[in-house]
Design a binder for this molecule. Structure first.
Ligand code: TRP
Ligand code: ZN
Length: 484
């Protein structure tokens, strides 16, 4: 589908109307102009996403899944909103079920759904001013929308996934949203530059288990149902919210003291009845992986870590505190890759999608670091990336089109940029750099320019100079060599 064909027309029309109204009347305190309120975040890759000036601080999500495996759901979501410019309208990304009620600080307010723009447009009683906070509640019910993954050669439908019962397996649901699928089931400012905290409450039939991003609270039982609650207290991008419904087996392990100031990181994995022991063993090594990666990256940013398994063949996704793993990616490599994204992608988010190499390059590089920690040959790992890029072609790191977001260059050229930095400054300074970077950008978003500026301050001109050709040059710079 062409992205938002109707938006441009809408923009022109509202610009025209402003022209007319300002010619005919003068107001003492003009409300924010429609075109102003309608401005998106203007992400060059996804121009329709997000609202300029809107800052969602917290999502309180309550979902009811009456029949796991069917797409139908019911939601009551309360967003805690702030603004960085006056907003006469709140325009949330939403392509979800039918909206049945909207309240602003508990009072009903007018709303409309702009299907072409994929927005839920809400008009508050008075504009939300800079520095004010408000609570916006949205109730909805029905079938989530469908967003086709714009970036993978294998077509994936993003957002709320429904796996009907079949072949003796129970029906299941789960989220799989990167980059822009969260608004298929959750009204949201669906852009990674607006990280937020989440409370997630999900009600399911009593024989089902819910797994979600964050720390689990007490389970409450209703009339044939159970309600699970999770608190994600550190901000994450919307696509990283993981919610999974299945007949899970929850397996806990000893906490690992690698959190901020040595705080414990709780360990829990969600397996399925038929999950083989080999798979369980791979993911049980997360404690060792947490120790190795936090040795390079600094404290693990969240309060828990583990995986939840899904049955369809899909890419794996780094859903916060709880990576989503399909059977085809039940590998040590995927395990360490998705874990690394908790630092790079989830804790440190993106200012824009063009710079997604800052997620994938670090996650891929963690595979090399883990290989070395196991006594393997990291330089050989890097040489394989280099050969892949020579064979398949490459590009400068900032992506220019959606199809480039998750291509070979984002992952392997991105990782080689970090290898080049390490080769230039040495292991000790590289470790210092990584730890300073995560400390500096924790809970914030970053872009390539900020990354390079930080490299210059932290790793000097030699560090920056090692990175720059990997970021900018159309061709492939020479293979960096790290002597060990
Ligand atoms: N970030 C994922 C990874 O490399 C890849 C990914 C991008 C993905 N978009 C996705 C996975 C959508 C599942 C669905 O770890
Ligand atoms: Zn990745």
């Amino acid at each position: 589908m062409r992205p938002f064909p109707k938006r441009r027309a809408l923009f022109v029309l509202s610009a025209l109307l402003i022209g007319l109204s300002s010619a005919t009347q003068t107001l003492p305190t003009p409300p924010p102009r429609p075109a102003e309120a309608a401005r998106t975040l203007n992400d060059p890759i996804f121009p329709g996403l997000g609202q300029l000036g809107l800052d969602v601080r917290h999502y309180d999500v309550a979902l009811t899944v009456e029949e796991p495996g069917s797409p139908t759901l019911r939601g009551v979501v309360t967003l805690t909103l702030g603004a960085t410019r006056p907003l006469g309208e709140v325009r949330l990304d939403f392509l979800g079920p039918t909206v049945t009620a909207v309240r602003w600080n508990d009072r009903a307010v007018p709303f409309r759904v702009d299907v072409g723009a994929q927005k839920l447009v809400v008009t508050p009683p008075s504009p939300l001013l800079t520095g004010q906070e408000a609570r916006l509640t949205v109730e909805y019910q029905g079938r989530p929308g469908v967003v086709r993954d714009p970036d993978f050669s294998t077509p994936v439908e993003l957002g709320w996934q429904s796996v009907p019962a079949a072949g003796g397996l129970p029906g299941a649901n789960f989220t799989l949203s990167e980059p822009n699928g969260t608004h298929t089931f959750l009204p949201s400012n669906d852009h990674p530059s607006d990280q937020a905290t989440f409370t997630t409450r999900v009600t399911v039939p009593a024989d089902y288990t819910v797994a979600a991003s964050g720390v689990e609270g007490p389970v409450s039982s209703g009339n044939g149902t159970r309600t699970f609650v999770f608190t994600q207290a550190q901000p994450i991008p919307t696509y990283a919210l993981g919610i999974l419904v299945n007949r899970f087996e929850r397996v806990t392990g000893p906490a690992v003291p690698v959190g901020v100031n040595g705080s414990p990181v709780a360990r829990r994995d969600y397996f399925l009845a038929d999950t083989p022991q080999t798979t369980r063993t791979i993911f049980s090594r997360a404690d060792e992986m947490l120790r190795v990666l936090s040795g390079w990256f600094g404290p693990y940013p969240f309060a828990a870590y583990g995986v939840a398994l899904v049955t369809p063949r899909l890419p794996a996704l780094e859903t916060a505190t709880l990576s989503t793993i399909p059977p085809n990616l039940s590998t040590e490599r995927a395990a360490v890759h998705e874990l690394a994204h908790q630092w790079f992608g989830n804790d440190i988010s993106l200012a824009g999608w063009a710079d997604v190499w800052l997620n994938e390059g670090f996650a891929a590089y963690s595979e090399l670091l883990w290989t070395e920690a196991q006594g393997g040959d990291g330089q050989a790992y890097a040489a394989r990336w280099y050969a892949n890029l020579e064979r398949q072609g490459t590009r400068p790191l900032p992506a220019r089109r959606a199809e480039q977001l998750f291509d070979l260059s984002a992952y392997q050229r991105g990782a080689l940029a970090l290898h080049a930095l390490r080769a230039a400054i040495g292991d000790a300074a590289f470790r210092d750099f990584l730890r300073a970077y995560t400390a500096r950008f924790s809970g914030r978003s970053v872009d390539t320019a900020a990354f390079l500026a930080f490299a210059r301050t932290q790793a000097g001109t030699a560090g920056e100079a090692a990175l720059r050709p990997w970021v900018e040059s159309p061709g492939l710079p020479p293979l960096p060599v790290v002597e060990r």
